[in-house]
Design a protein around this ligand. Structure first.
Ligand code: BTN
Length: 292
């Protein structure tokens, strides 16, 4: 199902307390301060916008202009935020984490999927560490809390100077309260809604960035994120409806492989392997993207 959220900026901000607002203020300086990464989001690699079209688009522009690996593009608000499968991604200004990271991996395009595994695991573990909540992964790389969408990821590949670049864009509903579109609360959630109090974005962002750097370094050293990724993949064992460019079918999600493909067992016992598409849980909940 394609669900549209209200237009950007129409949802209320989260000015819960002056203290939180101060703690929550993002800036290139505050992001870099105490981050401790070696190559990701170093002070000269942070592009911060109050408002931009899409951080993925901005990261692509920077990639094509020769920006280094580990460039971070982050925005308080996007006017043309994009989700997977051509959907829109909308979030009220200042309430979500909306950012994209540029990677220049020594990989072929078909080998790049583990990068998104690294990013989704980094988000999952950072949310656990910072909030005590325990999200699961929905194939391919969404984060869910109790079956509702907490975060989504948009991975885009291209070439610059005969080299692969990969941009991973992450949208994480931190303090979104869906006040202007409460019907979305049946499908989407935020850390604030789950905890009943607002959550400071800066430490969470830094926790994610540190984990992405460590995970990417491990990947480059030959350690696959697949075992951890598949362990957290809540889609497995579920009855699902799959929609691909070739049509839609129902089955049970039985396994996933290190390339990120999902295997669906059909009612006649045959198996289908999918690499792109949309998967909706049929039981025990009907899950759809909440921000698009
Ligand atoms: C999805 O679940 O469909 C993926 C959503 C990805 C949204 C993020 S927000 C930051 C980055 N910029 C974009 O335009 N999209 C990604």
């Amino acid at each position: 199902m394609f669900v549209k959220l209200a237009v950007p900026g129409s949802l209320t901000n989260t000015p819960d307390t002056p203290t939180l607002r101060l703690m929550d203020k993002l800036s290139p300086e505050s992001i870099a301060a105490g981050l401790g990464t070696r190559w990701l989001a170093r002070p000269d690699r942070i592009y911060y916008y109050e408002r931009t079209g899409s951080t993925n688009d901005e990261a692509r522009r920077l990639a094509l202009a020769g920006a280094p690996e580990g460039t971070l593009v982050i925005a308080e608000e996007q006017t043309a935020g994009r989700g997977r499968l051509g959907r829109r991604w909308l979030a009220p200004a200042g309430e979500a984490l909306l950012f994209s990271i540029l990677f220049l991996p020594p990989l072929a395009a078909h080998e790049a999927y583990p990068l998104t595994m690294v990013a989704s695991l980094a988000c999952l573990h950072a949310v656990e560490a910072e909030t005590g909540l325990h999200p699961t992964l929905k194939w391919p790389n969404d984060l869910l809390l109790k079956g509702k969408k907490l975060a989504g990821m948009l991975s885009e590949l291209g070439q610059v100077d005969d080299r692969l670049y990969c941009i991973i864009g992450i949208g994480l509903n931190v303090n979104v309260d869906f006040a202007a579109a409460p019907e979305l609360r049946t499908q989407a959630t935020s850390l604030r809604l789950s905890l009943s109090h607002p959550v400071p974005r800066l430490p969470l962002l830094q926790a994610i960035l540190r984990r992405i750097e460590a995970g990417y370094d491990a990947l480059r050293a030959g350690h696959s994120p697949y075992p951890a990724w598949v362990t957290h993949l809540g889609t497995l064992g579920q009855a699902v409806r799959v929609t691909t460019s070739e049509g839609s079918f129902a089955g049970v999600a039985t396994s996933a492989d290190p390339d990120g493909a999902l295997y669906i067992t059909l009612p006649d016992g045959s198996m289908r392997r999918i690499l792109t598409g949309d998967v909706q849980g049929l039981r025990p909940f009907v899950e759809t993207q909440g921000n698009s």
